[in-house]
Ligand binder design. Structure first.
Ligand code: ADP
Ligand code: TYD
Length: 211
């Protein structure tokens, strides 16, 4: 049986993660790879319910640590119910966001602290990290401008630019901490170029990790 792999996509809101990761997933499937595409927060029924709770713009009174714990709870269920079984079955799991999002958004954006958020996540995921993370690099304001025309803005999209700038600083720390796992792409380039370059990169990476 082929070896399974776990690959995440990260970057600020509007960096193109959802667009590019779904196109890359389709491209990999066309090339014969057995890919499972998923996302966080969400990915499976219980975690999608937790997603709705976290992102509902009505929940303005939600405490930052409650938010961090809910993201970690959703992640735990997603991991044990979907990610691990598919990796064990030899598939390539591509996830639009994973734990790095919590380090950047809750750890730095919400000012809880990266270590504190890392610790609650370690309880949730027991060290299960992506092997490769594709990072789409973009200025937070460019990302916000891109999503500015969305009809629906969730509770985090609605945060002001200072929150998104802190998230961006958080991602800088994540990039430093996980240099070996993160592969950074310039999110300002065209969707077509990014899709083909990232697809080729992932295929090479899988080939190199086949043994
Ligand atoms: P994210 O999932 O990172 O929040 P999305 O994939 O939802 O980002 O993209 C946000 C918006 O930006 C969408 O309207 C999408 O079409 C557009 N977009 C995504 N990638 C690019 C790109 N490389 N160049 C220009 N626009 C992009
Ligand atoms: P997502 O659906 O990826 O939104 P977008 O497409 O706008 O990037 O994620 C919803 C929001 O949840 C987004 O603002 C990032 C945030 N988030 C966290 O704050 N912590 C986390 O651990 C995750 C997974 C997401």
């Amino acid at each position: 049986m082929k070896k399974g792999h776990f690959i995440s996509f990260e970057g600020p809101d509007g960096s193109g993660k959802t667009t590019i990761s779904s196109l890359v997933s389709q491209a990999l499937k066309k090339r014969g790879f057995d890919v499972v595409y998923t996302r966080e927060p969400g990915g499976i029924r219980i975690s999608e319910m937790i997603r709705d709770l976290i992102l509902d713009p009505k929940n303005v009174e939600m405490d930052a640590k409650t938010e961090a714990l809910l993201y970690a709870a959703g992640r735990r269920q997603h991991l044990v119910e979907k990610i691990i079984p598919n990796i064990d079955a030899g598939r390539i799991v591509l996830s639009d966001r994973f734990v790095d999002s919590s380090l950047a958004y809750q750890g730095v954006g919400r000012e809880i602290g990266i270590k504190e958020v890392f610790d609650i996540n370690m309880f949730a995921i027991e060290g299960y990290m992506p092997e490769l993370t594709i990072y789409l690099d973009i200025d937070p304001q460019v990302g916000l401008d891109r999503i500015g025309s969305r009809d629906f803005k969730d509770r985090l999209d609605q945060e002001d630019i200072s929150f998104h700038e802190r998230v961006s600083q958080g991602y800088e720390l994540v990039k430093e901490k996980y240099q070996e796992r993160l592969k950074i792409f310039d999110g300002n380039r065209s969707i077509e170029d990014l899709t083909s370059e990232i697809t080729e990169y992932i295929i090479e990476w899988i080939t190199a990790h086949e043994a």
